[in-house]
Design a protein around this ligand. Sequence first.
Ligand SMILES: [Zn+2]
Length: 63
Amino acid sequence: MQGVRQSSAMLQDVHFYSKRQMSSVSKVECYVCGKGLMDGHSITAKTLLNDTVLFCDVHYPLQ
Ligand SMILES: [Zn+2]
């Protein structure tokens, strides 16, 4: 059961990321350090409480 919930949350994140990337590429940057795709980082969206925030590959495992 827990595994199913995790994978559906992941699909939501990917969907949000794709939508956001199409509408405003320049806004895709890490919530912590402000670095983004243009700095060579991969960005992952994560939903915390009611907010969706973006993390780079450095800060995503730390939050
Ligand atoms: Zn970062």
